[in-house]
Design a protein around this ligand. Structure first.
Ligand code: PLP
Length: 499
């Protein structure tokens, strides 16, 4: 299996190269040259298997330059040994008739990013062994909250690797900030930026693509890589949990082999729902993919009209991990919808860069409409959904998952489509205690851990240990820098001296 660039089909690299490099030099994203299939027999054979075995079966179809032993070892290191608080790793919670919640937040940082970032460091180590020639890998991350912490936790103390995370000083939740600034490990560093997430992201991209910086790292035996969701090594582990969910539905007798299911996903960068699309392309019986957005409904509008237009106000919402106007991973879907037409993708991405918008062709739009349904939900309805689901089912949703539950409710009402549905749940509610507590009618002027306590009292839901243990912990990383000083900060954190 080789990987091509979405902006140059002539580029052909191994999966190890795609994972170490992160992004193609032409700015395109790496995509598999074809989607491997998963037969009904194979799917059946996974029903009684563990999550590790299911992961190894799916990953080995894509990572063909890894040995079976290497794939198994990576899966086993990531998904066993107590890193996940549920033995099922990604368990289903039956919510109502024909509706299951796929809980993706039992990992060490309580958000779904752990599903990929617990295994990425192992995939990266094996990939680097095949391609990086003994260099130290430097993982550079700009985060609006969840990715940074999950990457820190995944890469902490990984051999021959260092990780640097930049976050906007005032752009993350109090819990997210505390999670990052108290991070342990000998190869980690965290720095706040004066500015917003876009400033952090632009700064990181500038450093990442500057040949002078790359040369300086090279002299010091180092090499940059990316842990953002553009990296194929983050996407492929996410395919696994959709396959695993179907196996669990089969096991429970909720579906028979071949019965279609719908999948609803709270979407930001389009990574999670794209993984569901790939699972479908492999042959998993998925009918509709339901794309849920918050008030930043750029994807809803795109799926409804075929026009992607980022020229609109940016809303700061109660589901901050979905506050995004450029969904990077959509490029991979467009590549497939266009029939793998790299020229067409270059044209669309130029439109996005120069005018902030593009329109897809009629054939692409038709395919898009057949595969996807879409909807959006504002903060008021998100809060109402959290309250109603808790009152009706005794189940506590976080703000992101609530967006998907709400959009799914609209979809079901409008279409009458009663196909069994899996809704991806992307964070534990205690990561966003303030908004969740307010949705249940609690006070908004309490301290962060006071809110945690009040939410616990009101719902009886357990506070995950990784969040509970942050109470009273002293931050280790308190550095704040200006956007212009990020490059110098990188050298300092990597102990690369002045010339
Ligand atoms: C990252 C994130 C999302 C969005 O996922 P994408 O793959 O970017 O679409 C949704 N919810 C939470 C809690 C997240 O951390």
């Amino acid at each position: 299996m080789r990987y091509n660039s979405t902006r140059d089909s002539g580029v052909s690299v191994s999966s190890a190269q795609a994972i170490t490099q992160g992004i193609s030099k032409d700015g395109g994203l790496f995509v598999p040259e074809s989607i491997p299939s998963l037969s009904e027999e194979e799917l059946l054979s996974l029903v009684d298997k563990t999550y590790v075995e299911r992961a190894a079966a799916v990953l080995s179809k894509f990572l063909t330059d890894f040995s079976a032993e290497e794939v198994r070892e990576c899966a086993s290191l990531a998904y066993t040994a107590g890193r996940f608080r549920s033995p099922a790793v990604a368990p289903l919670h039956p919510l109502a008739d024909g509706v299951d919640i796929l809980e993706l937040w039992h990992g060490p940082t309580c958000a779904f990013k752990d599903m990929a970032l617990q295994i990425l460091p192992h995939l990266m180590r094996v990939s680097a062994g095949k391609t990086a020639g003994g260099k130290t890998i430097i993982i550079l991350v700009a985060t609006s909250g969840d990715t940074g912490k999950a990457a820190l936790e995944g890469f902490r103390d990984a051999a021959d690797t260092r990780i640097l995370v930049f976050y906007p000083e005032d752009g993350v939740s109090p819990m997210q900030k505390l999670q990052m600034t108290t991070q342990e490990g000998d190869n980690v560093a965290v720095c706040a930026i004066r500015g917003n997430f876009d400033d952090a992201q632009t700064g990181v991209k500038a450093i990442f693509t500057d040949p002078a910086v790359a040369a300086r790292l090279e002299e010091n035996g180092m090499l940059f890589s990316s842990a953002n969701s553009i990296n194929w090594g983050r996407l492929v582990p996410q395919i696994v949990y959709y396959v695993s969910a179907y196996c669990d539905l089969l096991k429970r007798g909720a579906v028979s082999m071949g019965d279609p299911i719908n999948v609803a996903v709270p979407t930001g960068n389009f990574g999670n729902i794209l993984a569901a699309y790939y699972a479908r392309e492999m042959g998993l019986p998925v009918a509709r993919l339901i794309c849920a957005s918050n008030e930043n409904r750029v994807l809803t509008d795109f799926i409804e009209t075929g026009v992607y237009d980022r020229n609109r106000p940016f809303h700061t919402t109660a589901s901050p991990s979905m506050d995004i106007l450029i969904s990077s991973n959509l490029e991979r879907l467009l590549y497939d919808l266009s029939g793998r037409d790299d020229g067409e993708i270059r044209r669309l991405m130029d439109g996005l860069k120069n005018e902030g918008r593009y329109r897809v062709s009629a054939p692409m739009y038709d395919k898009l409409r057949r595969l996807f349904a879409a909807g959006s939900c504002d903060d008021r309805r998100t809060a109402r959904t959290i309250r109603e689901v808790f009152e009706r089912h005794g189940y506590l949703l976080d703000t992101h998952t609530a967006v998907a539950v709400s959009v799914y409710g609209d979809y079901r009402q409008e279409t009458g489509d009663a196909t069994p549905t899996v809704i991806a749940s992307t964070a534990n509610p205690y990561k966003f205690s303030g908004a969740v507590l307010a949705a249940l009618g609690g006070p908004s002027d309490a301290g962060e851990f006071e809110k945690v306590d009040l939410l616990h009292k009101a719902t009886g839901c357990a506070v995950p240990e990784p969040l509970a243990s942050l109470r009273g912990k002293t931050p280790r990383f308190t550095e704040v820098c200006n956007r212009a000083d990020m490059e110098r900060m990188v050298y300092r954190l990597l102990h690369i001296g002045a010339e």
